[in-house]
Write a protein that binds this ligand. Structure first.
Ligand SMILES: Cc1ncc(COP(=O)(O)O)c(C=O)c1O
Length: 391
């Protein structure tokens, strides 16, 4: 599909391949293997001389459609689909790092990503240094001779700190390292890291790409040299590929991605402004607010501020829990990226295993509540939060 089409069009159309039946909607190929016309064709496929289908751990038409569509959305030459977002990060590390290498990582990435670097990759001789997501000078200082990867997530969870992708890509390039951006919170509908100089984009497609909280899925996008060739080979051999059913669900999710991301961002902005003016709220963290420390950067780097916000209520944990426990509409769950609004108390859940001192240093206060805004009417969301805030 031509690169001239707008993002909304790519989300609906890119990557589709029709069968002989000319189905209008994308077909779901629930098959583990594919048959060959004859022994010669089988041999050619195994030898890689004919790129037809062999086995779903290698390729599958539905998975390929998802990969092509997401590649088009990210402006990437290629994309590989993985069984989960964590499998996407693992595959990135397994393909691009080796024993003796060093990683510089934002200290505000998803908890399992930190566990992957500290508890798994460290056992294979890969060392990681954590730095502030916003202070770029810390990244430059942390780089060593053996640094091969810079890894970040922007905006961060739950404080929505925004990292400067263009500046960090310059630091990576100077160091001879790759820059990987976890684009879960923005998706390509709001932010295209490759255009800002990143080498790799990783996704938990479980979140906004699906958008309706149905499946676990992941992906990595980038050049053919960094993603298409080596990561396809890794996934074929190691096996954390995406199931065709999950690929089909996420493929259909991409059709409404732009619409959802813009509508959810607009709703989050309205809710953030209302919370900021509420007397029981001490602080709101949302990149769309002028009070956000990286508001100008977010405006340059993102098309909209995203659906995640967090706010601190006056009265610490007791007051925060009261707000959460008084809701009747929003879902109390740690997940996000759904059209159903979710709410969680990070200090006692997602960040509960971190020491109170480290939590305080990271700004995860006892009064902090994270909301991932969905597609319900904002007036209903305000009423739901008001009940606990004004109790
Ligand atoms: C920013 C981010 N990256 C990666 C992941 C991991 O994705 P998955 O749960 O699909 O493995 C998550 C999951 O919450 C996430 O929020």
């Amino acid at each position: 599909m031509s690169k001239d089409y707008e993002l909304a069009t790519q989300g609906v159309r890119a990557g589709q391949a029709r069968t002989e039946f000319q189905e209008h909607s994308e077909a779901l190929f629930l098959t583990s293997s594919f048959v060959f016309e004859n022994a010669r064709q089988a041999a050619a496929r195994f030898a890689g001389e004919d790129d037809g289908m062999v086995y779903t751990r290698y390729t599958n038409p539905t998975v390929s459609m998802f990969q092509r569509r997401l590649a088009a959305l990210e402006g990437a030459e290629s994309c590989v689909a993985t069984a989960s977002g964590m499998a996407a990060i693992l595959a990135t590390a397994m393909v691009h790092l080796k024993s003796g290498d060093h990683v510089v990582c934002s200290n505000a990435v998803f908890g399992a990503t930190i566990q992957l670097f500290n508890n798994v990759l460290a056992r294979f001789g890969i060392e990681t240094t954590y730095v502030s997501p916003t202070r770029t000078e810390e990244w430059a200082r942390a780089v060593k001779k053996n640094t091969k990867l810079l890894f970040l997530e922007t905006p961060s969870n739950p404080l929505t700190e925004v990292s400067d992708i263009a500046v960090l890509s310059t630091i990576a390039r100077k160091a001879g390292a790759l820059l990987a951006v976890d684009n879960v919170f923005c998706t390509p509908a709001l932010q295209r890291p490759l255009e800002l100089g990143a080498d790799l984009v990783v996704h938990s497609a479980t979140k906004y790409l699906d958008g309706q909280g149905r499946v676990i899925a992941g992906a990595v996008a980038g050049s053919k040299a960094l993603v298409g060739d080596p990561m396809t080979a890794f996934l074929r051999t190691a096996g954390p590929t995406l199931s065709p059913f999950n690929a089909w669900v996420v493929l259909k999710g991409l059709e409404t991605l732009q619409l959802r991301m813009l509508a959810q961002s607009a709703a989050a902005l309205e809710l953030a402004r209302w919370l900021e003016s509420h007397p029981k709220v001490a602080r709101v963290h949302y990149p769309g607010l002028a009070s956000h420390p990286q508001h100008e950067l977010a405006k340059r780097q993102q098309r909209a501020a995203g659906s995640v916000l967090s706010f601190e209520v006056k009265g610490a944990r007791e007051a925060a829990w009261r707000v959460i426990d008084s809701t009747r509409l929003v879902s109390v769950t740690a997940n996000l990226g759904d059209v159903k609004t979710t709410i969680i108390h990070p200090a006692s859940t997602t960040h509960g295993r971190i020491s109170p001192e480290a939590r305080a240093a990271a700004g995860i206060t006892e009064g902090l509540i994270r909301v991932a805004v969905g597609l319900e009417a904002v007036a209903d969301l305000k009423d739901d939060l008001k009940r606990g805030l004004e109790a």
